[in-house]
Design a protein around this ligand. Structure first.
Ligand code: FES
Length: 631
């Protein structure tokens, strides 16, 4: 079998003949970006082959130049390993992604229906036909007024019950949820370690966050997060669906990577809090509709085809054992309900977490990912829609776009005639993430280097308001045959060239990036305007604008208004970040049965507004693509 060696780590892997080099990289822990899911179109998975037979393919569709191909650069998703190779991955840094686990505070009295009771069963008697289960039922009914449903006793508990009772002289402790036994424990006073636990999960397209909760107190015990490992199968929902629809084995694979990741996260949560997985009584999960389908191993293909129908909208409750997660024998996993194929359980969770399903005020909730999921509460009615914002805010389709991880430009400010750039972890700039993109466009608009159509202006085209802005344009606004670009940072570590930007060692915003941004922000703003129109209110009437998700949480409201991501009329004071509202909603639903019911009510009652083919949306989009004229 061929051996693949990595430079500069010297790590070596022996791999089967024909294995895709991208997968070899992942197996070696190389965090390669594969925005298009291995489709050979994004150009982000490039590596350089230093030794071995350099395959002739691997530079599909002009993603690599002739010079780069001659130097040994290839797209790792298009290369299959047939002989020993040495691969340079020195341009791929180990990233530390910023993942949002902040929650809005919610004050809920636990009401999850899970409880622990001790029981001491009488000795079985000769001549009486009562079984162990019946004696348990009778004892619990008499001492704790608990009615157990014998038909719902997990198989594993039935198998262990006889021995358990005889070894303990009839003493036992059970954890039950309403009338179902979840687990059987030795009789003892409940110590902290054996208290029932719950796990709430937000499965985002890009990142996954999970929280371990003590179900008795309702207190969080530990939180963890990681990049969704499905990103190797595509950065966005559509490329994941494309991957899953290739066949049954691909669907199984994309399901198993998320199940395995969640399993590993639960282990991490338990280890960091000194708790046992065997004490987990319930999992509650929220994600967009496609992530929820993939978690359940359900083919999401129809979600990508008109009329975009999901297999299931309602909540799904199944034994956690079906998902191969270790927990109490009777533990269940609940996947929260969705509103439509593109308004998922994550936004439903956000709605119940923020309480906009119960407000009389005009409240807008916007969760911006590759789709902008938008909910509006007005006049006691909930409206919801989803707009295809595209992945620009997650760093995809932006020449030097990247996720919010080490080295990403995350803030850009033009104030007091000074340009200030901030990066994640204060590391040298390597690329630009969503908040950096938004800020950069706002800064260029503010300084007069962008006009309202989105055209980048050279120094001599500016209607100059300040000498400093003019000097900045002279220094940083450049033009190449591919188009104009604005230099955000120089002396940057090696980074794949940005389309439209031929200089090495810089991070820049190109004219094409601005166009991608306009498409994305225009779609969000147009979606908001359509919902407002449905409700018969104006942006000025909004009492609150709640921004959810990592991008929404960290973005600067002033930049969102300056660029028109939020429509004119929205006031800055009304904008409020709400953290990871999907995780907050999953926690609330885990802890509280009425919240679960509210989530189902939201699914049933929300008025879904379809934007594809909507003339109102098209007209709004044509306007919102442009930038507001700076005041
Ligand atoms: S080109 Fe290889 S993953 Fe996109």
């Amino acid at each position: 079998m061929p051996v693949v060696r990595f430079y500069p780590t010297s790590q070596a892997l022996t791999v089967p003949h024909g294995m895709r080099l991208l997968d070899v990289c992942y197996d070696a822990g190389v965090e390669i970006t594969a925005s298009c899911g291995g489709g050979g179109t994004c150009g982000k998975c490039r590596i350089k082959i230093l030794e071995g037979d350099v395959p002739s393919g691997g530079g599909h569709d002009g993603a690599l130049s002739k010079e780069e191909l001659a130097e040994g650069w290839r797209l790792s998703c298009l290369i299959h390993v047939e002989s020993d190779l040495t691969v340079d991955v020195s341009h791929i840094v180990k990233r530390r992604d910023q993942i949002l686990t902040d929650l809005i505070p919610f004050d809920l009295v636990p009401d999850h229906g899970i409880y622990t009771v001790n029981a001491h069963l009488p000795e079985p008697e000769l001549g009486k036909t009562l079984s162990d289960v019946e004696r348990l039922q009778e004892t619990l009914a008499a001492t704790s007024a608990v009615t157990l449903n014998a038909g719902l006793i997990p198989y594993a508990i039935l198998q262990s019950l006889p021995q358990h009772l005889r070894q303990s002289n009839g003493a036992c402790r059970i954890v039950a949820e309403e009338n179902r036994i979840l687990t059987l424990l030795p009789a003892q006073d409940g110590d902290d370690e054996n208290k029932p636990l719950g796990v709430a999960v937000d499965i985002g397209t890009t990142t996954v966050a999970a929280m371990l909760i003590d179900l008795e107190s309702g207190h969080p015990l530990a939180v963890c997060s990681r990049v969704n490992p499905q990103t190797r199968m595509g950065d966005d929902v559509i490329s994941r669906i494309a991957y899953a629809r290739k066949g049954t084995s691909e669907l199984k694979k994309i399901q198993s990577v998320i199940l395995d990741a969640l399993d590993a996260m639960v282990i991490e949560l338990c280890e960091s809090s000194g708790r046992q997985r065997e004490n987990i009584a319930r999992f509650t999960l929220a994600g967009n509709t496609t992530m929820q389908h993939l978690l359940l191993g359900i083919d999401p293909t129809p979600i990508a085809q008109a009329p975009y129908v999901p297999a299931v909208r309602d909540h799904v409750v199944l034994q956690s054992g079906h998902l191969q997660w270790q927990a109490m024998p009777g533990a269940v996993a609940e996947v929260l309900p969705a509103i439509s194929g593109y308004v998922g359980g994550d936004i439903v969770a956000g709605i119940v977490a923020t309480g906009i399903d119960r407000t009389d005020r005009n409240c807008l909730l916007v969760d911006i990912g590759t789709n902008g999921e938008i909910a509006l509460a007005s006049g006691g009615v909930l409206y919801a829609c989803s707009t295809a914002a595209g992945p620009a805010f997650e760093g995809a389709r932006i020449g030097q776009g990247m996720r919010a991880s080490t080295g990403a430009i995350s803030s850009v400010k033009w104030a007091d005639d000074q340009l200030t750039i901030g990066t994640v972890d204060h590391a040298p700039a390597r690329g630009i993430c969503g908040t950096g993109l938004l800020d950069a466009v706002a800064a260029l608009l503010h300084a007069g280097l962008l006009d309202e159509t989105g055209r980048m202006l050279l120094a001599d085209e500016m209607e100059v308001e300040s000498d400093a802005a003019h000097s900045m344009a002279v220094l940083r606004m450049r033009e190449a045959t591919e188009g104009r670009y604005f230099v955000l940072a120089e002396d940057s570590p090696d980074f794949p060239d940005s389309p439209g930007c031929s200089e090495q060692g810089i991070v820049c915003l190109t004219q094409q990036d601005v166009r991608e941004f306009q498409l994305a922000k225009g779609a969000i703003a147009a979606g908001i305007l359509v919902l407002l129109e449905e409700a018969g209110i104006e942006p000025e009437d909004l009492d609150e604008v709640l921004l959810a998700g990592a991008f929404g949480n960290y973005l600067r409201g002033a930049s969102a208004l300056a660029t028109g991501l939020l429509p004119p009329g929205v006031s800055l004071e009304k904008i409020r970040p709400v953290g990871n509202s999907a995780l907050a909603g999953a926690c609330a639903a885990l802890l509280n049965r009425p919240v679960r019911q509210r989530a189902r009510d939201v699914m049933r009652k929300a008025r879904y507004v379809e934007l594809s083919g909507s003339m109102a949306f098209q007209m709004a989009f044509a306007e919102t693509m442009e930038f507001p004229v700076p005041e």
